[in-house]
Design a binder for this molecule. Sequence first.
Ligand SMILES: *Cc1c(COP(=O)(O)O)cnc(C)c1O
Length: 311
Amino acid sequence: MLQGVVASYESKNIHIITSSIEHHSVLNTCHALEKKGVEITYLPVDIVCRISLDGVKSAIKPNTKFVSIMLANNEIGTIQPIAELGQILHRHNILFHTDAVQAVGHFPVNVDALRVDFLTASAHKFNGVKGTGILYKRFGTPLPQLVFGGEQKRGIRAGTENVAGIVAAGYALEENVAYMTETTALLNSLLNITISGIQVKIQNLRINGDSKSRLPGMVTLGFNNIFGESLLHLLDLKGICISTSSACNSGKNEPAHVLLALGQTDVQANSAIRILYGRYTMEEAEVITEISNTIQIKVLYSICQPEKPLP
Ligand SMILES: *Cc1c(COP(=O)(O)O)cnc(C)c1O
């Protein structure tokens, strides 16, 4: 979509604003566009992972054509002030896309309230099947064809539709929206119990992100002297699945770019674990106790014997 928007301009002398905490689907596309001569500004974030509206305003140039900022971050859950940003960009006549993959199906999203021209979502992030996504495009906004072939999807993207995937996505989204209030309450309560359970046992716990504005059911924690990866394996042995950073990064052995963007060191970022509850997570007090016990044992052990990076 980003490439399509760029293709719609004759000249490559255009400027795009994005942030340093975007998903790689946006970041790597921007890197590729940069190689073709497009100028990109990667905005920094503050310590809770929020971009600054003033920062966006002062980054705008006469040739700024497009801004892409995610609605909710997939690694630490911070929700960005997209509606406020939408108003600013609308006044400047700049096209605005938000990556709402973590938001759609999880909290109310309204394209008019957000004032976005484009919004993307992915079915498998709201209990749909993999391989189906959603692109919202405001009526009248031009988007030239990138994938050539037949004239399906009104000429935006050629190829036969995955009808089963689309129907499943619609059904999954309806279900998620119907149960949204209940789900949010459940996820927030599970998360609060988990965080307070861990906090009681561990000093110097880092709770990353914005506690006032974050995705329901997700938290990323950081510790001293330990590796998130080894906590992950310990919990895995007990049948509890957590993650260290995003699935797209797994096995890369690199600290999460989002945590580095918050100003954390490699060691701090590598200690992070992400706990994520979903609609089908059952409240099991023993599991939550097990998580905090495991973390406590690991942390106490690491005080005597700090972990060293694997060779
Ligand atoms: C998962 C994710 C994507 C990528 O979606 P896929 O359909 O898995 O390629 C993009 N952005 C965010 C914020 C995500 O969480």
